[in-house]
Design a protein around this ligand. Structure first.
Ligand code: ZN
Length: 1007
């Protein structure tokens, strides 16, 4: 065996440190207390008291070592970690961590940023005094392993660093606010790691830097603690459900690791990357008793390194083994979590050359001790869960803390024992990311400089920068070879396939202009760029029939900008410069007093409209030519504004304006900034939260109110032009939206700031009682608003609501048992390019779809048009060949009138028979206008899982339905979702800006 100088030295130190008496016959260090170190007897007695069964604990946590100078969590909590009735605010957790920092050189606290509501996030480092003293020097080593380009991909050099470096294991707590146990478990864990002198803990302390963010969702933590305090003060009453967690999203805060729109995601990745950590381990509570979902189930994300897959298996299996030996029931690592989507917080590590881990432990959603009864599938013994949880048990927050701490300590210990392997793997995963162009490819992704949607392109590139991906800009034009497209074999008449063409198709080339953006795949974080920009395919035959989350995310499609996957390594030889910040490029060109801004469905256009309050802005209803260039339909014509002001505004928004000497003679209508009422329910706010975030970022003002509040406004039309009703998500159906939660029993559920609940409301909404819904008065208000000329915009479940309350004549919505479109990217087609809603879009629009609903349209009330069985119109049995007319013997033949034909998405014209004395026929001007439809079945799948797509193929995806004097605009796709769908934002924004001209370009049916 060859030892480097350093390696030998380290090896000798390890030998010298080992205390033989504490090492077992199996070569493992004995877990458990050091007999020589005194125990904090009072604290230990309480740990045992609050643990409901001895087997819900372990030798690692059933005692607390005493310290003369380091305070236990009791100084802040007033009791031990996991005690009943005790949930600390983030502030208290931080206070304790900072007390530890003062008391021991083994703890350091770092501020890592703030939340949307301005609360601090922290990271706590705990390790030996020496490790924390040498942080900088150690980080230099880790940084070189993290970026092997710095050591010229030299494995021998890497081995030297691996032998010397101390790895960083990053733990994150309570991202999901109702999962409340982690903060106290982590307070105690830091104490143990700093104080415990047992060999087992010393090995961790000396060998690893444990980094901990005890509270990830700080805004939500303070709210759930408020609610818990309210519950303690009103023990016999129902307590309010946690309707808001963070400012914008609830449970989806753990689905933000792709677009990285939330501060918590950004702060955690920045910390992970700044420390060059090897592991990101995120703590959750929803499964008994400890599901280490690291291994989970397939399909695994296609872009992770197989080295990581092995690491998952190693760590997961060992974790189960260690806890099983302690006799702790219900610890397992396989289960129904698939590792496909990279949207989870912990997956930041999987996509950045680390190890992602996630625990589901068991919690009671607060600190009450409760008897918990499980479902049969939760306590069943299975092949992967040999010692399952108990069918019924008293469960305490202390039990939860025992499991979390024991799981983490055994993980840390195992990780330390094998840290050279994991550090080497960390280097290898990074190296293999850099070698991607020569291995699996591609060489690069290129975003062309001439993409007409520059502002959206910049937003997509900003996502990449948030992901710490390196972006470069080509300093000259260049050409690459694109792989030849394989011709699909066309079936011959007899079912055989045609012979291959004699000559293989020639490779095509593609030219990119100077200034095109190049995302090189020979960089350490190429993996995440590849995963986010590539396409996904989830086979309908996959053994996993219940995808855990979205099946697709292809960001180029969802942002609607060109992203070219280039396999030709020539792309890497192009002269280019690193881009560290995307400065907006725009402004006004030319001279004149009328300014034209081409419409490419960029969201910044809406911002511009609101920002330039006094400007006159009109939209061209047709394309036109002016100043020697062509402008498309929907072009903004801006007047009454100074060139300087417009230049400033367009520059900051990455928009280009052209000054014209005279206004073009094209038909126009005003583009106005509507007064928006934005409604949410008290059932769920997460799906709408993504909409709120998008509007806030675009600086589009709106009045945010609940269904209860809108029902109280006497004259909606006097106050608002548009009512925006984004999707509800969980618990939504028309009845629930109207009725809310039951009010005939139970107590009011206040969502108010009170002395007991000072943090509940934050900057969101409040109510003395969350239970009442929109109510029938509210329904009447909405109906009246639309009837009098208002515009109501709805999506997915709120579209179903609008249909079910009778606001949309001739429109039905259905679902299909056979269809499975699970968070996929689908193709849609513009049907009516003259509608202002589609201004700036090309014919093909990629959109996010999660199972519809399936809209159908008709020209009559009361009938449903459904595609059941074969299409009609086939000839019946009779004389002649298939295409011949039949005859009737003895009668002169009469030709049958032609059946009117229509496409699936079209409103069928009523027949003369149907028109006869029929009040149910909707007059042409009142029929639904089909704006966008789903693509044909064969073109529906763009990315992800589309199964049974024929049931929604060709059906309308966006409808503009005249209703009284107003309009209801219905979406079946979700146009604003998780910060990932900027391509479809402007379908909503166009609707807003053209609220009083939606009939522009409308062609009425003849009859
Ligand atoms: Zn969770």
């Amino acid at each position: 065996m060859h030892f480097s100088k350093w390696g030998k030295f380290v090896y000798l130190i390890v030998i010298a440190c080992a205390v033989p008496a504490m090492v077992r016959a199996d070569g493992e260090t004995q877990p458990g207390r050091d007999g020589k170190q005194p125990v904090d007897e009072a604290y230990t007695a309480k740990i045992r008291k609050y643990t409901t069964q001895p087997f819900f604990s372990s030798p690692l946590v059933d005692y607390l070592p005493a310290s003369k100078n380091v305070p236990t969590p009791e100084v802040v909590l007033g009791d031990v970690a996991g005690a009943p009735g005790i949930l600390p605010y983030a502030e208290d957790v931080y206070k304790y961590m900072r007390l530890l920092e003062k008391a021991t050189p083994r703890v350091k606290v770092y501020s890592i940023g703030t939340t949307e509501e301005g609360r601090e996030m922290i990271a706590v480092a705990v390790s030996s005094e020496a490790n924390l003293k040498n942080l900088e020097q150690n980080h230099e080593r880790l940084a070189r392993l993290a970026d092997p380009r710095t050591i010229h991909l030299d494995d021998a050099e890497a081995d030297k660093l691996v032998a010397q470096a101390v790895p960083v294991y990053y733990i994150t707590g309570t991202i999901h606010s109702p999962e409340t146990g982690a903060p106290t478990a982590l307070m105690e864990l830091v104490y143990r790691l700093a104080v415990d002198e047992s060999l087992y803990i010393r090995e961790i302390r000396d060998g690893v830097i444990t980094l901990i963010t005890p509270v990830v969702e700080v805004d939500g933590r303070d709210r759930i603690v408020d609610i818990y305090k309210w519950h303690l003060a009103h023990p016999k009453e129902f307590y309010p459900p946690l309707i808001y967690w963070g400012k914008y999203v609830a449970h989806d805060n753990n689905r933000d690791a792709m677009a990285m729109t939330l501060k918590l995601t950004q702060n955690v990745l920045n910390t992970y990357a700044a420390w060059d950590a090897q592991v990101l381990h995120d703590l959750h509570e929803s499964v008994p008793y400890l599901y280490d979902n690291t291994v989970g189930d397939g399909p695994y994300n296609a872009w992770v390194d197989p080295i990581l897959v092995d690491e998952w298996q190693m760590i997961g299996s060992r974790n189960v083994a260690d806890m099983t030996k302690f006799g702790m029931p219900g610890v397992f690592t396989h289960g129904n979590f698939d590792t496909w989507s990279p949207g989870y917080l912990m997956f930041l590590a999987a996509m950045h050359n680390g190890i992602s881990r996630l625990y589901e432990t068991f919690g009671n959603g607060g600190a009450d001790t409760l008897e918990r009864t499980l479902e049969p599938d939760e306590y069943a013994r299975t092949w992967y869960r040999a010692n399952p949880p108990l069918p019924k048990a008293m469960w305490s927050q202390r039990n939860n803390n025992n499991y979390e701490e024991t799981g983490l300590l055994t993980s840390l210990h195992y990780f330390n024992e094998n840290k050279r392997l994991f550090l080497k793997n960390f280097y290898l995963k990074s190296k293999r990311s850099i070698q991607k162009p020569a291995a699996e490819g591609p060489a690069a992704y290129v975003l062309p400089a001439d993409d007409p949607r520059a502002s959206i392109q910049a937003d997509l590139l900003r996502v990449m920068l948030r992901q710490h991906v390196e972006i470069s800009r080509a300093s000259s034009a260049f050409q690459v070879n694109l792989p030849a497209k394989k011709e699909k074999k066309k079936p011959k008449a007899g079912g055989e396939t045609e012979d291959k063409p004699k000559t293989p198709p020639a490779p095509t080339t593609r030219d990119f202009p100077e200034g095109s953006y190049v995302i090189r795949m020979d960089q350490p974080y190429s993996r995440v760029a590849d995963a986010l920009l590539d396409y996904q395919y989830w086979s309908p035959e996959d053994p996993q029939s219940t995808p855990y989350d979205d099946t697709a995310w292809t960001l180029g499609e969802m942002f609607g900008v060109q992203v070219v996957r280039v396999t030709d390594a020539k792309a890497l030889a192009v002269p280019m410069e690193r881009v560290r910040e995307l400065k907006p490029v725009g402004g006004v060109q030319g001279e004149g007093t009328v300014f034209a801004i081409e419409n490419h469905a960029e969201p910044g256009l809406a911002t511009l409209r609101y920002r330039m309050k006094d400007a006159t802005i009109e939209a061209a209803e047709e394309g036109f030519e002016a100043g020697g260039r062509k402008f498309g339909r929907g072009t903004f014509l801006v007047r009454g504004v100074s060139r300087g002001d417009l230049d400033t505004a367009t520059t900051s928004l990455n928009l280009h304006a052209v000054a014209l000497s005279a206004a073009p003679t094209v038909k126009t209508h005003p583009v106005r900034a509507p007064r928006i009422a934005y409604i949410h329910t008290w059932l769920s706010t997460q799906a709408e939260g993504w909409w709120r975030m998008a509007l806030d970022e675009l600086q589009i003002p709106y009045d945010y109110m609940s269904t209860q509040a809108i029902a109280q406004i006497p004259d909606l039309n006097a106050k608002y032009d548009v009512i925006l009703f984004p999707p509800v998500g969980w618990n939504s159906n028309p009845t629930a939206i109207i009725q809310g939660l039951p009010t005939t029993w139970g107590n009011p559920l206040p969502w108010l700031n009170t002395p007991e609940t000072p943090n509940l409301v934050g900057k969101n909404d409040s109510t003395p009682d969350m239970r009442p819904g929109l109510g029938w008065d509210g329904v009447a208000k909405l109906q009246n608003f639309v009837a009098k000329g208002g515009l109501l915009l709805t999506t997915t479940d709120t579209s179903q609501f609008a249909i079910s309350i009778g606001l949309t004549n001739g429109v039905t919505a259905s679902s299909s048992d056979k269809m499975k479109i699970v968070g996929a990217v689908v193709g849609t087609r513009v049907v009516d390019a003259a509608s202002p809603i589609t201004y700036g879009y090309d014919e093909k629009v990629s959109a996010f779809c999660d199972n519809g609903p399936i809209f159908s349209v008709n020209s009559m009330l009361g009938s449903r048009r459904r595609r059941l069985g074969p299409e009609g119109g086939a000839r019946p049995t009779g004389r002649g060949t298939k295409d011949d007319p039949d005859f009737v013997v003895g009668r002169i033949s009469t030709e049958a009138p032609e059946q009117p034909e229509h496409e699936t998405w079209e409103v069928p014209s009523p027949t003369d028979e149907q028109l006869h004395n029929n009040p149910r026929v909707i007059p042409p001007a009142s029929r639904a206008r089909v704006i966008l439809r789903y693509a044909d079945e064969k073109d529906l799948l763009i990315s992800g899982l589309v199964q049974g797509g024929r049931d929604i193929a060709q059906h309308p995806a966006v409808l503009d339905v005249p209703s009284g004097a107003g309009h209801v605009v219905l979406f079946s796709i979700n146009p604003i979702y998780r910060g990932e769908t900027e391509n479809t934002y402007s379908l909503v924004l166009n609707t807003l800006l053209n609220f009083d001209s939606l009939n522009a370009g409308r062609k009425a049916a003849e009859k």
